[in-house]
Design a protein around this ligand. Structure first.
Ligand code: NAD
Length: 254
């Protein structure tokens, strides 16, 4: 039997990297998975992979910067599975995706700053608010947000990203406090450098320098993040809320 047997789970950013690995891991642990990403076609590839391993999933198109779309995403997950037990708010973008990589804090273009905050922080808040609305109707649930080591320390040249991820850590703690009485747990995972499309570019350019700072001297695999997320969503984590679980090969320990 799986750790998430009989639970329904919604995952954003489920088409790629950490979100895709989590979607597959959730399904393997017995959850029904609603896989949400920017395009339906991309989300459907994750669904096909889940079905190929014998799981059940639906694909949902969403842009987490659009509140109406986020509300519709939660409604679609609920209508597919009759409720929402777990949510993994994971969609995010990196500084280089808006030409703000390697730019000092004072020099970031306003548009890039606003965009990163809107996807990475406000997108998590929009998701969380509609998930909580459903979970409080059902009498509880478990939410995990993707923060980062950038939510714990001030990575150089990534200020807007750092602020967005510190914000996710703050939202996680505040929402955990606010919704504990409603039996809704809210936690975060803080990944270090993980092998996904998001890090391909910076690893190609600065890989050796970055790895020299990681005690384990390697990148993490998306599946190694999924392990922590599955556990935090499961009933085994019944007393865990407001936690930010670092999975970084020791990066922030030294
Ligand atoms: P990824 O680029 O492989 O996947 C991110 C997914 O989010 C993509 O499928 C993308 O389409 C989706 N997405 C982007 N903007 C969206 C939007 N507006 N609405 C809906 N979906 C959107 O990256 P990843 O490495 O898997 O990143 C997942 C999360 O993990 C992000 O929040 C990222 O900041 C965080 N993170 C990644 C690393 C790492 O090293 N890869 C480290 C720490 C934190």
């Amino acid at each position: 039997s799986g750790m998430l047997d009989g639970k329904s789970a919604l995952i954003t950013g489920a088409a790629s990297g950490i979100g895709r690995a989590a979607a597959l891991a959730f399904a393997r642990e017995g959850a029904w998975v609603a896989a949400a990403d920017l395009t339906l076609e991309a989300a459907q590839k994750t669904v096909a992979a889940i079905e190929a391993q014998g799981g059940q999933a639906v694909a949902i198109a969403v842009d987490v910067t659009d509140d109406a779309a986020v509300q519709a995403m939660v409604a679609a997950a609920v209508s597919a599975f009759g409720g929402l037990d777990c949510a993994f708010n994971n969609a995010g973008i990196a500084p280089f995706q808006v030409n703000a990589g390697g730019v000092a804090a004072a020099d970031v273009a306003e548009e890039a700053w606003m965009r990163i905050l809107d996807v990475n922080l406000n997108g998590v808040w929009r998701s969380l608010r509609h998930e909580v609305a459903q979970m409080r109707k059902q009498g509880g649930g478990a939410i995990v947000n993707t923060a980062s080591i950038a939510g714990l320390v001030g990575l150089r040249g990534s200020s807007a990203y750092v602020v967005s991820k510190h914000g996710v850590a703050g939202l996680t703690k505040a929402a955990a406090a606010d919704h504990a009485a409603e039996n809704i747990r809210v936690n975060a995972v803080c990944p270090g450098y993980i092998e996904t499309p998001m890090t391909e570019d910076s690893m190609r350019r600065n890989g050796e320098r970055i790895m020299a700072r990681v005690p384990m001297a390697r990148m993490g695999k998306p599946e190694e993040i999924a392990e922590a997320v599955v556990w935090m969503c499961s009933d085994r984590a019944g007393f865990v809320t407001g936690a930010c679980w670092t999975v970084d090969g020791g990066y922030t320990a030294v």
